[in-house]
Every structure is written in structure tokens, then in C-alpha cells.
Design a protein around this ligand. Structure first.
Ligand code: UD1
Ligand code: MG
Length: 461
């Protein structure tokens, strides 16, 4: 990391997270499709720090391997876990190399870059900058104690607090930024003579008072930013908060959401003006919706680009595809990876498309499987048409050139080509190339058996 801010970020993530009742370490549980710890790492990166150190402990190997691609991260094992102050001490090397240190929690994923920037700026000016919050229910949290002048002078954990101190509603969020040299001096001085026998990071505040250092407190831009996750209920609450935030951003950008509570974005969605999204839509990976796109109820969209004014009708799943302008997909269509669909294309109900290229103005309106196919312009694919792309060992391509008309219930045995302008009669099995502009069919005689009777059930009268 080559940020010039001289900032070291320390993320505390060594706690056990037993209340999650999970084999997965707490910080790897996902919010909006991304591990909680990744949210915190991304917020840290937005500050262009000199280093990011993650303090890990319980289940540490799994946590590290989830971030193995990210070579910029530093890791420090905290074993045993003797408290938040002890945790920060494990990052002493990084703190020593920096001018300012910012401490974050791996299980508080919604913290915003704006809130953190404020803390860092204050610490860079030579202040101990502590993020506090006024909450209705402070139970279990560290209380911020102020002197007669209203100046914050100590943080007292609930277990160590007096009756009077417990009445305080201003709590420690855990987030703090500090000039690094102060931490280098103070961390080794922390003691553990308290109700939990831990080295509390929060005791740093009293040391700052003792040294006459300036202490600043500030509040997060939004109270929910500091919501921590200890159990699955809180995980669900944080997920909803994250989703509503995204929904509000979309609406502010000119997107209609039929119900902002029924949209889930597990990845990133960019949507232009006048996009409309109906209820129960799930977005995964990276999805881009151009101006005027409408998405029907109960659709799943993953890693796709949808062009202007295209309608995706209800119960459609699109995964790994590019769709052009003014197309109509669904209802009940399934578009699978490596598919490109052109402009003004119609893909109808119960049509599955995989690894295919369908050019402008072509239609497959009903009940088809189009796999490994290249389809030209203005092609009509009749109901029940199947590309037989798999011979049991290998996949083969079907090529349908422009202006072809394929009747209903046609099987195309790949590899096979249907030439420009050809017509394929209903019910044909195409196993040889079909020539240009001609009608190709498998002649079948129709006969009527006179006097034939349907069998009847034995014993039936
Ligand atoms: C801490 C604060 C408390 C604050 C609260 C906010 C202290 C002493 N107390 O309390 O004032 O109101 O957070 O949620 O700082 N961790 C480690 N190693 C440890 C202990 C903790 O990495 O040895 C990590 C945890 O994984 C967690 C964070 O630090 O991410 C906070 O730990 P936790 O045990 O939840 O602290 P609290 O007692 O809740
Ligand atoms: Mg806690």
C-alpha cells in the first residue's frame, strides 16, 4: 500500500463470535453478499492507508484464506485474546511505522468512509479522536464519562461501572483514531485490573487525560453505521439496513422500486434513470441496467448488462449475459452464462438459453432450449425447438443464419448449420445442413386408421 497519509489501520477480528453458533468465523458471515470483514477492509482502503493490519484469532486460518488474494493486508495473530488493548498491541510494528492509527472492528461492517475520515483528520491534527454514540439502550457497552466541563475523560465498561455511570447513554462505539506515537507509549502501560481481567483499549482515554492530550469525540454520520453483529438476528438487521441504504441511493438516482424492502443486492447494481424494479428481485455480482429498463417481480439477475428500454418479465433468471436494447425476456426465461442477446430480441416463457449469440430482432417465444448456438437476425424459433448440443461426450454448435424460420418442435442435431432464409418444417430433426432459402423437412405420412378403438381398462364396464 503506498498511500501517503502515514495512516495505519488496525482491524480487530480475533473475537470468537460464539453467539453466531457457526462453524464459520463471525467476520466471514456475509452482508449484502460480502463478508463483514471485507466491508471493513474496503472502508479502510478508501482512506488510502499505509497499511491495514487484521488482528485474528479464532478460526484465523479460515479468515486469512478468505483474503488470500489480497496481498496488501497484514495479519497479526492474537493468541490468547486478552482484550481490545492487547489486540491492538499485536499491530505494534505497523503502528510504529505510521503517523496516525485508526482502529476498526471486523464485526461492524456498515461504518462509512465519511465517518472514518473525520476521525483520521482529527487524529492527524494531534488529537485523540473517539467515535461515540448516544443510544437508547446502552446496556453492555462502555460508557463515556465526562468531567464538569463536559470534556470526555474516561470510558468505563459496564461491568466496571457504578450505578450512576450506568445511567449514561453516550457509549463507546469502539472506533478511535490516535496519533501513533501516543499509542506506542500508552499500549504497554495498559493494565488488566478490571472486572474482566482484560487489557482494555478504552483505558487509553484516561492516559490521554493524564498526559494533557487533546481528546475529541464525534458521532457517526448515521447511528446505524456502528451496529455490531454478535448473533444471527443482528446479522439480519444489519443486512436490512445495508439493503435499505442501497435502495434509497437507487431511488435518489431516479429508479422506481415498487417496494424498497423487497430488493436484495448481493454485489453491485448500477441502474440508470427511469429503471423500474418490481418486488422480490435479487441482484448478484455486477449488474448494469440501462435507462428505461424494467425488471418484473421475482427475477434473479447476476453478472449481466441489460440495454435501454429492455423489459425483463417476472420469474426470469439471467446469469452472465449481455442483453441489448428494447428486448423482451421472460416471463420464466432462463438465460445462462456466455450469452449475448441483441436488440429487439424476444425470449419468451420457458426458454433456456446457454452460451449463445442471438442477433437483433430474433425471437424464441416459447418452450425452447438454445445451447451453444449462433442465431442471426430476424430468425423465428418455433415453440419446442431444441438444439441437441451434446452427444454424450462433447458439446457442438448450432448455427442458424439470418431470416431463418424454424417451425415448432424441431431438433437441431449439432454440429449443424441452417443457411440464410431457410425454412424448417414443424417436427423436423435437422441432422444435415439445411440449404439457403429452401424448405427442409422430414416427410412423414399422416394416416388415419379407420375403425380403431382405444383400449379400455380391464374389468371396466
Ligand atoms: C468493546 C469496548 C466497549 C464498546 C464495545 C462496542 C473495550 C474494552 N470495550 O466492548 O467500550 O462499547 O466494544 O461494541 O474496548 N477483540 C479482539 N481481541 C480481543 C477482544 C476483542 O480482537 O482480545 C475484538 C472483537 O473481535 C470485536 C471487538 O474487538 O470485534 C470488540 O470486542 P468485544 O469483546 O465485543 O468488546 P466488548 O466487550 O463488547
Ligand atoms: Mg462487543
Amino acid at each position: 500500500m503506498d498511500g501517503n497519509s502515514g495512516l495505519s489501520v488496525v482491524i480487530l477480528a480475533a473475537g470468537q463470535g460464539t453467539r453466531m453458533k457457526s462453524a464459520l468465523p463471525k467476520v466471514l458471515h456475509e452482508v449484502a453478499g460480502k463478508p463483514m470483514l471485507a466491508h471493513v477492509v474496503d472502508a479502510a482502503k478508501a482512506l488510502s492507508p499505509k497499511s491495514i493490519t487484521i488482528i485474528y484469532g479464532h478460526g484465523g486460518a479460515i479468515v486469512r484464506s478468505a483474503f488470500v488474494q489480497d496481498r496488501e493486508l497484514r495479519w497479526a495473530l492474537q493468541e490468547p485474546q486478552l482484550g481490545t488493548g492487547h489486540a491492538v498491541m499485536q499491530a505494534m510494528d505497523a503502528i510504529n511505522e505510521s503517523k496516525t492509527t485508526l482502529i476498526l472492528y471486523g464485526d461492524v461492517p456498515l461504518i462509512s468512509v465519511g465517518t472514518l475520515r473525520k476521525l483520521v483528520n482529527e487524529a492527524a491534527r494531534g488529537e485523540l479522536s473517539w467515535l461515540t454514540a448516544i443510544v437508547e439502550q446502552p446496556a453492555g457497552l462502555g460508557r463515556v464519562i465526562r468531567d464538569a466541563n463536559g470534556q470526555a475523560c474516561a470510558i468505563v465498561e459496564e461491568k466496571d461501572a457504578s450505578e450512576a455511570q450506568r445511567l449514561v447513554h453516550e457509549i463507546n462505539t469502539g472506533f478511535v483514531a490516535c496519533p501513533s506515537p501516543w499509542l506506542v507509549e500508552w499500549l504497554p502501560r495498559l493494565g488488566n485490573r478490571n472486572a474482566q481481567g482484560e487489557y482494555y483499549l478504552t483505558d487509553v482515554m484516561a492516559l490521554a487525560v493524564e498526559k494533557g492530550c487533546k481528546i475529541t469525540t464525534s458521532q457517526p454520520n448515521n447511528l446505524w453505521e456502528t451496529t455490531g453483529v454478535n448473533n444471527r438476528e443482528q446479522l439480519a438487521q444489519v443486512e436490512r439496513i445495508a439493503q435499505l441504504e442501497r435502495a434509497e441511493e437507487l431511488m435518489a438516482g431516479g429508479v422506481t422500486l415498487r417496494d424498497p424492502n423487497r430488493l436484495d443486492i448481493r454485489g453491485s447494481l448500477s441502474a440508470a434513470q427511469d429503471v423500474t424494479i418490481d418486488i422480490n428481485v435479487l441482484i448478484e455480482g455486477t449488474v448494469r441496467l440501462a435507462r428505461g429498463v424494467s425488471i418484473g417481480a421475482n427475477c434473479m439477475l447476476k453478472d449481466c448488462d441489460i440495454g435501454e428500454d429492455t423489459q425483463v418479465l417476472s420469474f426470469t433468471s439471467i446469469d452472465g449475459a449481455n442483453v441489448g436494447r428494447n428486448a423482451r425476456i421472460g416471463p420464466y426465461a432462463r438465460i445462462r452464462p456466455n450469452t449475448r442477446i441483441g436488440n429487439d430480441v424476444h425470449i419468451g416463457n420457458f426458454v433456456e438459453v446457454k452460451a449463445s449469440d442471438i442477433s437483433n430482432e430474433s425471437k424464441a417465444n416459447h418452450l425452447s432450449y438454445i445451447g451453444d448456438a449462433t442465431i442471426g437476425e430476424r430468425v423465428n424459433v418455433g415453440a419446442g425447438t431444441i438444439t441437441c448440443n451434446y452427444d454424450g461426450a462433447n458439446k457442438h454448435r448450432t448455427i442458424i443464419e439470418s431470416d431463418v424460420h424454424i417451425g415448432s418442435d424441431v431438433q437441431l442435431i449439432a454440429p449443424v448449420t441452417v443457411r440464410q432464409g431457410a425454412t424448417i418444417g414443424a417436427g423436423t430433426t435437422v441432422w444435415k445442413d439445411a440449404p439457403e432459402n429452401e424448405l427442409t423437412l422430414n416427410p412423414k405420412a399422416q394416416e388415419t386408421r379407420k375403425g380403431w378403438r382405444r383400449p379400455t381398462k380391464k374389468g371396466a364396464s
